[in-house]
Design a protein around this ligand. Sequence first.
Ligand code: NAD
Ligand code: UGA
Length: 316
Amino acid sequence: MVTGSAGFIGSHLAHALVQAGTTVIGVDRQDPSTDPTAAANLAALRGRSGYHHVTADLLHCAIDPLLIDADAVFHLAGIPGVRPSWGPQFGDYLASNVLATHRVLDASTRIGVPRLVVASSSSVYGPTDGGASLETDRLKPASPYAVTKLAEEQLCLAYAERPIGPSVVALRYFTVYGPRQRADMFTHRALHAALTGQPLRLYGDGHQRRDFTYIDDVVAATIAAAVVPTAHGAINVGGGSNASLLDVINIATSLTGRDIQLHQDHARNGDVLLTRADPSRARKVLGWQPRVDLHSGLRVHMQALAAQVPDYSRAA
Ligand code: NAD
Ligand code: UGA
């Protein structure tokens, strides 16, 4: 079962699993027959015999019947995004990231699912001193979103300590990019601005850095986390492409041949200046390392965006 299968990462994961011959039950509260983002994300899976979509809210639906015979649960459903979590939507973050996760854990335990892989986040680390973050570092989440992701991750790991629960791998994804990335995220917005000529709002001075991680690398780590027999605990999924926002702007400009019009804005609360993964645990436990460099990944991301809109294709 893949939860959040109509979302950015979940749809890529479901597609890769089906391509590998796995039968996938995808659960998401967005209905692909009415929601254009869900429809676009699931387009490549429509009509595939290995993929069964269930439109349901994990806060209310019966989860047990969906888990019969499941070898693994990939729990990616949740409300992402750092900045909006300060607003009135916080209740939704809490409900989907923590309470829905609790229901998935209870159901997985009742049905006896052997492995649960949960999407955690680099945001659980909070501000760092400039070095790479290790899974054993002290965690200091700096936004309401990050607090819910830490609660989600720790809830899953607490369940895994019980003799009857599934074994749990909590993957701390670092800023994922690539085709179908959420439209609120920076790389999407930078490429969109370069392709359309519309302005890009820059929060802060653009020197903040992220370990940008390409979607195919994230999917590979996520599948490895379900199949490696001894994997458990928190694991960083990032590394290899540490860059500033200004670096991304420069690459977007060179890929499209167009300048980006910048609108400077103030830095946002809870935005950390740097994320950087120490990927050694992922290498040791999952046999995983990132393969796609930022320039190559952004090129594919840009081409996918350009193909969506005729005006883009001319610019690209
Ligand atoms: P996304 O918003 O594209 O996908 C999440 C999906 O979960 C959505 O389709 C949404 O409808 C679904 N969902 C939310 N609440 C639900 C509920 N109660 N019941 C059923 N479905 C529900 O986000 P994404 O970028 O693909 O992120 C996926 C996961 O990875 C999230 O848990 C996010 O916190 C985590 N994550 C993402 C990134 C990133 O860079 N994108 C980095 C770190 C962690
Ligand atoms: C991303 C995801 O959005 C989170 O869901 C995820 O948990 C997190 O990565 C993670 O790694 O764990 P973030 O790093 O904030 O969070 O990624 P973006 O939303 O792409 O923002 C990156 C930077 O660009 C931030 O400093 C942000 O302020 C800036 N930004 C974003 C802008 O300057 N302008 C924009 O229009 C959007």
